[in-house]
Ligand binder design. Structure first.
Ligand code: BGC
Length: 740
């Protein structure tokens, strides 16, 4: 696929100026780098003593109190994981930190703070690979400066259920968009000479029963959806490691799944790096034969399988010995390719938090989505006389998602509110607000206006105040996190009633949402404007205010569909939700029924593709996002798999849009798939010829063991979003068959 199409010039200019690569070679790993690293790895493995061969294959969770108190090695940095090195052979220890949104907090053990990017869905809403790469570069530089050399970032599970508690960490529902973006995030991280991960392979679609849920799906459906996102991400990002998932896939634990790890990942995709387990996801020693290379967070498993037990198996049987060598070669290939042995991880690096926060702010600005804007309610006039801000703890800060990806910013949280969980996961059950007050930022940009705040705890107070105000900005927050799913798609804590009441008495009510995923909006018709801010990161307040006052022209587009009702979903009932306790660490409760999740219902038609198949109209469709200017696209031409057309800014403000090209029909019938995209920034009146390469695997079907493009007529249409398409253009394509 032509990756050039995804890199807007603006993004690259930004990316190039802010950071210098620290790799010893070209900024991105090439296949030649990986090949050279593999050769070196083979030589080193030959020099290993038998007892050295199980050093790299397992390691601890570097959080002692959580796991029965292993002795922390003197060189370990508190964090998600630690794998000892082999100094005799110049092999460094692996020091692992979560994750995709920044250097995580490690359950409070690490006292130094880090820069929090906006959530994955906010990043994905930018549809800007270069910006996401810059974000990756920024968080990777912080990981390095704090002494880590592996980031457990790269979450790319597709949103199969809007209630999934970890949707906020991931990049949406489309395999092309999510795959391209995760690839660029990984590239950015690895440009610091550290390893990044892609996770959680695969089909880890919900948190409920995550340790034993069985994702059932046909090979064709998996290859055309979740696996395609991983495949594209691996091609672009070339991560040193892949993290397998907690759940089962078609009956076999993902971390011991021969088909997934050996066949798909290593044979078909020719992956040369290593597979690390998720924490507490290794069922047995046999997992090694099924493709797992490293047991992570071993205290969380029932046994350390990949230590003495593995060594004994290798001493006994040649097949195990050669598998063990392969495990070592793979781990060392990743270490050498990223140069971990050359530039050793050292803590105490100096960080420019201000510059890094600027990156996070830019991501938030490009990721905030203007969902609705009636009668030009936004941007706000700086001279509105009275603005009432309601709810969302907006005077304190902005919301963030919880779990292993939790980042704590400089100065600590603005608020950390316990929700009252019990057991070991209780420490992850605090609602953390970053220090970036939307209220303060609004006040700053509102200049002459009188800006007041009401908490929203009393609806009647908010209503009384709303009546006296020119404009009401009401926040709706939905907290989510790892280890639990949303019970439904309503805003919690009576916020729907609050918004409804306020919007009923003030026609200029602007709703700002900070949510982990899609929600229902029973009050949407009453509101004048709706701004989807996701979890907007360490400068989220500033980014929100900047959009509200038009200092930034909104350009975010939804990377997911917002359903109009729960009945539109392939599974209106979330499997297991009615009988399972939320459990972060948990295994199947004794006597638990198997938790089969039938992903063949929607198959590869996730989100907007499902809606198209079922004729559902979303509340807000995939790809939707308004601007303060207007754009038009004309002159679509398609030759083979190349599309070109002109995009013009027809309004009076500079702004950016995302050109979206959809496949609408194949010779076999209607289809609905994003085939190519590019973010385009234009001055008023400016136009640009855009050329997009259509991703062949998106228009192909996976049949038996290959991708197949059947001969015949294919239809493509440009779309403002997945439901607003221009007239489709027919193109004849000849038959093509290619290997995965
Ligand atoms: C999560 C992973 C994370 C790991 C280490 C697991 O519970 O699923 O995403 O990287 O913990 O913290």
């Amino acid at each position: 696929m032509n990756q050039k199409i995804f890199c807007s010039k603006i993004g690259f200019a930004l990316a190039a100026s802010a950071f210098m690569p620290t790799l010893g070679h070209a900024e991105h790993l090439t296949d030649a780098d990986i090949q050279a690293a593999e050769l070196r790895a083979e030589t080193v493995v030959k020099a290993m003593q038998p007892d050295e061969k199980t050093v790299l294959t397992h390691g601890i969770m570097a959080i002692p109190f959580l796991a029965g108190g292993p002795v922390m090695p003197s060189d370990a940095v508190p964090g998600a994981g630690y794998i000892a090195g082999i100094p005799r052979l110049g092999v460094p220890a692996l020091k692992e930190t979560d994750a995709s949104l920044g250097v995580a907090y490690a359950a409070g053990l690490r006292k130094d703070k880090a820069t929090a990017l906006p959530s994955g869905l906010a990043m994905a809403s930018s549809w800007n690979p270069a910006l996401i790469e810059q974000g990756g570069r920024m968080i990777g530089s912080e990981a390095r400066a704090k002494g880590y050399n592996v980031m457990l970032a790269g979450g790319v599970n597709l949103m199969r259920d809007p209630r999934n508690g970890r949707n906020f960490e991931y990049l949406g529902e489309d395999p092309l968009l999510a795959g391209v973006l995760v690839g660029h995030s990984i590239r950015g991280i690895q440009s610091n000479g550290i390893i990044s991960t892609i996770k959680h392979l695969a089909l880890n679609g919900q948190e409920t029963g995550r340790h034993f849920a069985d994702s059932q799906i046909s090979e064709e459906n998996a290859r055309e959806s979740d696996l395609l996102a991983f495949q594209i991400g691996l091609e672009i990002g070339k991560p040193g490691s892949v993290m397998c998932a907690y759940n089962r896939v078609n009956g076999q634990q993902a971390c011991a799944n021969d088909w997934l790890l050996n066949k798909v990942l290593k044979d078909d995709w020719k992956y040369k790096g290593f597979v690390m387990s998720d924490w507490g996801a290794v069922p047995n020693l046999e997992a090694a034969m099924r493709g797992l290379d490293q047991q992570s967070g071993e205290q969380l498993d029932s046994e350390v399988f990949f230590g003495n037990k593995l060594a004994a198996a290798a001493a006994r049987a040649p097949a195990w010995a050669s598998r063990l060598d392969d495990m070592n070669v793979r781990i060392l290939t990743a270490i050498f390719a990223s140069g971990l042995d050359k530039h050793l991880a050292k803590s105490g690096g100096v960080l420019d938090f201000d510059a890094n926060a600027n990156v996070a702010e830019e991501v938030a600005k490009q990721g905030i989505v203007l969902l609705k804007n009636e009668h030009g309610a936004l941007p706000l006039e700086p001279n509105s006389k009275s603005i009432l801000v309601v709810g969302g703890l907006a005077t304190a800060g902005v919301m963030s998602g919880a779990g292993s990806s939790q980042v704590i910013g400089e100065g600590g949280p603005a608020a950390s509110i316990p929700t009252g969980g019990t057991g070991p996961s209780a420490m992850f059950q605090n609602i953390v607000y970053h220090r970036s007050s939307p209220f303060a930022a609004i006040e700053k940009l509102a200049k002459g206006a009188k800006v007041r705040f009401r908490s929203g705890r009393s609806v009647s107070e908010a209503v009384a105040e709303a009546k006296k105000s020119d404009v009401v900005i009401v926040f709706g927050n939905q907290w989510s996190g790892e280890g639990f799913d949303q019970p439904d798609l309503h805003l919690p804590d009576g916020q729907d009633a609050l918004i409804e009441a306020v919007a009923s008495v003030n026609a200029n009510t602007i709703v700002v949402l900070q949510t982990g995923g899609p929600i229902l909006m029973p009050w949407s018709k009453k509101s004048a404007a709706i701004v989807q801010a996701w979890y907007p990161g360490i400068r989220g307040g500033e980014a929100i205010a900047s959009i509200l006052f038009g200092e930034t022209n909104p350009s975010g587009k939804l990377p997911i569909s917002f359903p109009a009702s729960i009945e539109q979903l392939p599974r209106p009932r979330l499997d297991g939700f009615d009988w399972l306790e939320p459990d972060f660490i948990g295994r199947a409760p004794s006597g638990a029924k198997p938790l089969a999740i039938n992903y063949n219902i929607e198959g590869s038609d996730i989100g907007y593709r499902w809606n198209a198949r079922k004729n559902h109209k979303a509340l807000f469709p995939f790809g939707h996002g308004l601007s303060y200017t207007g754009f038009e696209s004309t002159g679509l031409k398609i030759e083979g798999l190349q599309a070109s057309f002109t995009v013009r800014n027809i309004g009076d403000r500079a702004g950016a849009t995302v050109a979206q090209l959809y496949l609408t029909r194949t010779p076999n019938g209607p289809q609905h798939r994003l085939a190519a995209f590019e973010r385009v920034t234009l001055k008023p009146g400016e136009s640009r010829l855009v050329t997009l390469a259509i991703e062949a695997r998106v228009i192909a079907e996976y049949k038996k063991d290959s991708w197949v493009i059947d001969a015949g007529t294919y239809h493509f249409a440009l779309g403002e979003n997945a439901e607003a398409l221009a007239t489709a253009m027919p193109v004849k394509l000849s038959r093509r068959k290619f290997k995965p």
